[in-house]
Write a protein that binds this ligand. Structure first.
Ligand code: HEM
Ligand code: HEM
Length: 192
């Protein structure tokens, strides 16, 4: 089935989940490898930085599609009867949506580089009308005062939250699949 039902995720949700999950984890691995194992100015360093930008922008478009799809779809019922587990899984899922919005947007808005996606180029945020109207005119901020805020969100405050949520999410899936054996993983893989 294409759409979600009360008990299962549909094909579109499954594709979006795994595509975005893989790209999201790759995004973190790429930037940490670039930062810790390569030298600034080398070819590999700039290739990895470019890959981080491009994958990040793809994730930015995908989250918009996913939010619309999630909004017009049912959320399958939780497979657990424990109120605490249901609460925790709800909090982690909402948290994962928040990081999937905040990370690509803060990365893009705090980076002063145009991003060439092949078919089209996404202009650097401070050259856009949105920056002029909302950040400069309405909020009275300059690029010099705006950029450090985005940088702190993207590089300082959010990365630990991102790590914590992904670890909790994967631990939750392992708990359901290995200990409870309630088919949680299966309903995010099969869609019939
Ligand atoms: C879901 C998307 C994204 C995730 C999960 C993500 C994650 C991260 C993480 C974990 C860091 C390392 C923080 C640190 O330890 O310094 C980072 C750094 C960075 N990100 Fe992103 N990012 C995303 C999207 C973007 C986008 C769209 C851009 C720009 C177009 C961007 C630009 C940067 C830059 C410039 C750095 C600093 C790299 C360095 O200092 O070596 N990110 N990102
Ligand atoms: C090894 C990595 C991962 C595994 C094994 C995994 C597995 C799963 C499974 C089995 C579910 C269904 C839970 C249920 O039935 O209630 C799920 C849901 C979900 N996962 Fe993951 N996941 C992974 C990575 C990620 C990542 C990296 C993100 C986002 C950054 C993510 C975001 C979500 C969200 C938001 C849901 C709720 C359902 C939805 O709205 O799409 N997952 N995941």
């Amino acid at each position: 089935m294409i759409k979600n039902t009360n008990n299962k995720y549909g094909l579109v949700s499954i594709i979006l989940h795994w595509l975005m999950g893989i790209l999201f984890i790759a995004e973190i691995v790429i930037v940490l490898y670039k930062k810790n194992a390569t030298t600034y100015g080398t070819e590999i360093n700039s290739f990895l930085m470019k890959s981080h930008f491009v994958i990040g922008i793809i994730l930015l478009f995908l989250i918009v599609i996913r939010l619309i799809w999630t909004f017009i779809n049912k959320k399958p019922k939780s497979l657990s009867s424990s109120r605490f587990i249901n609460f925790l899984s709800r909090v982690v899922h909402y948290g994962l949506y928040i990081i999937m919005i905040v990370m690509p947007f803060s990365g893009y808005m705090g980076t002063g580089a145009d991003i060439n996606l092949g078919l089209f180029t996404v202009p650097r945020f401070y050259n856009t009308g949105i920056f002029d109207i909302f950040i400069v005119n309405m909020m009275g901020m300059s690029w010099e005062s705006f950029e450090p805020i985005m940088d702190n969100i993207h590089k300082k405050y959010f990365p630990p939250i991102v790590m914590l949520l992904i670890i909790l999410h994967v631990m939750g899936v392992v708990y359901h699949s290995v200990i409870k054996r309630d088919g949680t993983l299966k309903r995010m893989i099969t869609y019939k």
